[in-house]
Design a protein around this ligand. Structure first.
Ligand SMILES: Cc1cc2nc3c(=O)[nH]c(=O)nc-3n(C[C@H](O)[C@H](O)[C@H](O)COP(=O)(O)OP(=O)(O)OC[C@H]3O[C@@H](n4cnc5c(N)ncnc54)[C@H](O)[C@@H]3O)c2cc1C
Length: 389
């Protein structure tokens, strides 16, 4: 007996899609490996959610991403309850950038999108911005939009919650890597590395950057995958206490020379607490699966990471660091900047293209993927994009 749908990729989008599918009544298998214990020696696939924190916010410069985030965030409480795992930390999210000159676009677009959507936020400038967040030294001319309902999610815990909730509704979880998808007029066979073959009516490929791997989708998916480095600044308990009210931050530099994002103090599985900063000074594309694996194994680029740490110390001159380390990840960008949710054939669907923003809205994108694969219309009156490449 086969499945109605096999979802390939037990990551953020695949787990959400699988949950929505089982709750729509489909018989579903979710196939994907668990996180490797040792990244440096791992030969299999990787994921972009192997971390403790991702910023979550409704504030966004593009309306569709704001809508998908809002829909997901509205459901966080229910997913935490049905999955039995908390993952959302409501510490607030601050979007900051210059109102004028180079780099002024982003914050003004974000302000307009928030106004149209009715997203609650407070606009802070100059003394008011300093008074609310005394540990940041923003230069003059910066507008900060603070969303008290934002914060960060633990992406690993989000995946576990989605999977737990889906299993309670009948999901079959297969911990294996998929090596091939064979489609015929009768159905699809999903071949796993361990030798198992799963039969399905339809298949969703939600493998993040690794959706580009040969043998999964009938056509190449138009993703540009970029190497990303993050810098972790370790802090002690006193410093974590001083920064207790710190929100998640996205900051567009006043000279128009880039941007960064910063996570507030987060305790990691090694027992240490870190602030994390990302925002690579340049885009390095990873074109093959071999390059992606090598990048994930390598732990990031120290030069890019040091640059990011410098940006953090510039913004937070009083930060008491216990040391800086680096990590590697990858982001997948699509030609028009929208998530890709589309059938490449009658039976095989692509669900990928996080565009660096896909964690916060994983549940809604998973739901849209589930609607698509079940042959139901996507809500056109809500989203401007048609989710095609
Ligand atoms: C450094 C960094 C910071 C980020 N920060 C944020 C942020 O603050 N906020 C935000 O919203 N987003 C953020 N993102 C983006 C977000 O993490 C991604 O958009 C999100 O993880 C995408 O989810 P996904 O399910 O498409 O891919 P992934 O999370 O990568 O999951 C893909 C899954 O597919 C599996 N897989 C791959 N190949 C196979 C195969 N052959 N067979 C079976 N399974 C397979 C993998 O094991 C993995 O579990 C960040 C990304 C990076 C890299």
């Amino acid at each position: 007996m086969g499945f109605d749908v096999v979802v390939i990729g037990a990551g953020m989008w695949g787990s959400a899609c699988a949950r929505h599918l089982v709750e729509m009544g489909a018989k579903v298998a979710l196939v994907g490996p668990a996180e490797p214990k040792q990244a440096a020696s791992h030969d299999g696939v990787f994921a972009s959610h192997y971390d403790q924190a991702r910023i979550t916010r409704r504030l966004a410069s593009q309306a569709d991403w704001s809508r998908a985030a809002a829909a997901s965030m509205d459901r966080y409480g229910d997913i935490e309850a049905s999955g039995g795992v908390p993952f959302f930390h409501q510490v607030g999210a601050l979007m900051a950038g210059p109102e004028q000159g180079a780099g002024g676009d982003y914050i003004l677009k974000t302000k307009n999108v928030a106004e149209d959507a009715g997203t609650e936020n407070v606009a802070l400038r100059g003394a008011a911005l300093r008074a609310q967040f005394p540990y940041f030294e923003f230069p003059d001319g910066i507008l900060g939009l603070f969303e008290a309902a934002g914060g960060w999610i633990n992406p690993r815990a989000h995946v576990v919650a989605e999977i737990n909730a889906a299993r309670a509704s009948g999901l079959t979880l297969v911990r294996d890597q998929v090596v091939g998808v064979q489609e015929s007029s009768d159905g699809v066979i999903v071949r796993c590395a361990g030798g198992e073959g799963l039969e399905a009516e339809r298949v969703v490929v939600a493998c993040g950057a690794f959706s580009k791997a040969a043998g999964l989708l009938p056509e190449p998916v138009p993703l540009k995958v970029y190497a990303r480095t993050v810098a972790f600044v370790e802090i002690d308990d006193d410093e974590a206490e001083r920064l207790r009210s710190m929100p998640s931050v996205v900051y567009f530099f006043p000279d128009g020379e880039g941007d960064c994002y910063i996570l507030p103090p987060v305790r990691y599985p090694n027992g240490k607490t870190y602030l994390k900063i990302g925002g690579d000074p340049e885009d390095v594309e990873l074109t093959t699966v071999a390059e992606m694996k090598e990048w994930f194994r390598g732990g990031g680029d120290p030069k890019a990471g040091s640059y990011m740490a410098e940006q953090l110390f510039k913004l937070m001159p009083g930060l008491a660091s216990q040391g800086v380390t680096f990590g590697s990840c990858a982001t997948s960008f699509t030609p028009r900047g929208n998530p890709l949710i589309y059938g490449q054939s009658e039976r095989v669907f692509a669900l990928t293209g996080g565009n660096g923003a896909g964690a916060k809205c994983a549940d809604e994108i998973g739901r849209l993927g589930a609607l698509k694969v079940m042959g139901k219309p996507l809500p056109e009156n809500i989203y401007q994009t048609n989710f095609l490449p």
